[in-house]
Design a protein. Structure first.
Lengths: 266, 116
């Protein structure tokens, strides 16, 4: 009982802490104020409770598919935040600029993530309030799981703060590239689940290399959306997600370079 | 002359796409699973392989459960006394375990995809 609670809450919290730690570390690197995290977690927590309370109603929307549509939208929202974050940090580093909107982007991403994970944790815990003897092991396991998740987050934070600015940017950028693609993949999976995107036969099966139910498999799933049996449309969206971020970064970089050249010429 | 040809071609194209859409809507087989006392009934569901399948899951417990499967790549929270609909497949013949994430000690089951 305790173990399953640990695993469940750890999984939810890990999705949050990975993002938050990367953001906080890069905030520190680029000397941004880090107050945004408080607002992000607070607003996310509020929305999570709201979502969980209204879950009965909203999950019935759209023919009983409200849950998938809302969750997929949240994942897409986080994706766009990460797209902007990657673009902004790349520009900020290469052109020695401070992008004042960056904390907003990070705050929005975390807020959305907290809404999604928080609501699931809330729904999980609310199921145990009725049976008294289960409450203690569930609470203990949940606190343990959250603790482990937070500890891992702290580890990631210090790992990134320890790296040089250039290394932390490139490693962070690449990592978030795949994290963002993982968000899109989760959204695509949900839409396939409700038949809004076509069902297809799987393209390949890499379970022999990394099984999705193994510890590494779960970690990769949480981190970058790893899937052992993807369908063609999932692969397509994953690649498109990565490509789009690179494209937007490239275009923005070009644009800012041109602007700076013009300014320097005058 | 050109507009008449375009019109005929367009109507032909619409006809073809309408026909293929009709074929795709050959009824999706439905299977019912119930959750009672944190157990799945039936625990083993035999479905046709290589075809899209609709699962209707009734949660007869008062508490929330989350239907999840790594092999099927599906997860859905189903509140107490509510139902959830999930599409799976097309699956190659084989076994695909699923579980209730909120009660993983007991809520276990598998989808068995069989060639017809």
């Amino acid at each position: 009982m305790i173990l399953s609670s640990v695993i469940i809450v750890l999984g939810e919290v890990l999705e949050l802490t990975i993002l938050a730690s990367l953001f906080l570390a890069l905030s520190f690197r680029f000397r941004y104020n880090r107050h945004w995290i408080v607002y992000a977690v607070a607003s996310g927590g509020l929305l999570a409770v709201l979502y969980a309370f209204s879950f009965d109603t909203v999950s019935q929307w759209l023919g009983g598919f409200g849950q998938e549509v809302i969750n997929a939208s949240i994942q897409i929202g986080i994706y766009f935040c990460l797209l902007l974050f990657n673009t902004f940090t790349y520009i900020a580093h290469h052109h020695r600029m401070t992008i004042k909107h960056l904390p907003w982007v990070m705050a929005l991403a975390i807020s959305l993530a907290v809404t999604r994970e928080g609501s699931e944790i809330y729904l999980y815990l609310s199921g145990f309030t009725s049976s008294v003897q289960q409450v203690t092991p569930v609470i203990t396991g949940s606190v343990l799981g959250a603790g482990i998740g937070l500890s891992l987050g702290v580890l990631i934070y210090y790992l990134f703060v320890y790296l040089s600015p250039r290394k932390s940017l490139y490693i962070g950028y690449t990592l978030l590239l795949f994290v963002a693609a993982g968000m899109v993949l989760q959204a695509v999976r949900l839409l396939i689940q409700i038949d809004w995107l076509p069902a297809q036969e799987i393209a390949w099966n890499t379970s022999n290399w990394v099984d999705e139910s193994s510890a590494i498999g779960r970690l990769l799933f949480t981190l970058v959306g790893y899937e052992a049996t993807p369908t063609p449309i999932e692969i397509l969206f994953y690649i498109a997600a990565i490509f789009s971020i690179l494209l937007v970064t490239g275009i923005s970089h070009n644009y800012v370079s041109k602007k700076n050249r013009k300014l320097n010429a005058t | 002359m050109l507009t008449k040809q375009t019109l005929i071609f367009t109507l032909f194209a619409i006809q073809i796409s309408a026909m293929s859409t009709k074929a795709a809507f050959a009824a999706t087989p439905e299977f019912v699973i119930e959750i009672k006392n944190h157990l799945f009934y039936p625990a083993e569901v035999i479905v046709p392989a290589n075809q899209k399948v609709k699962l209707i899951i009734y949660n007869r417990d008062p508490t929330t459960e989350e239907f999840e499967s790594y092999e099927l790549n599906r997860e859905k929270i189903i509140l107490g006394n509510r139902k959830g609909i999930i599409f799976i497949g097309p699956l190659e013949p084989g076994e695909y375990p699923f579980f209730g994430e909120f009660h993983p000690e007991t809520a276990l089951g598998k989808i068995i995809a069989r060639q017809e």
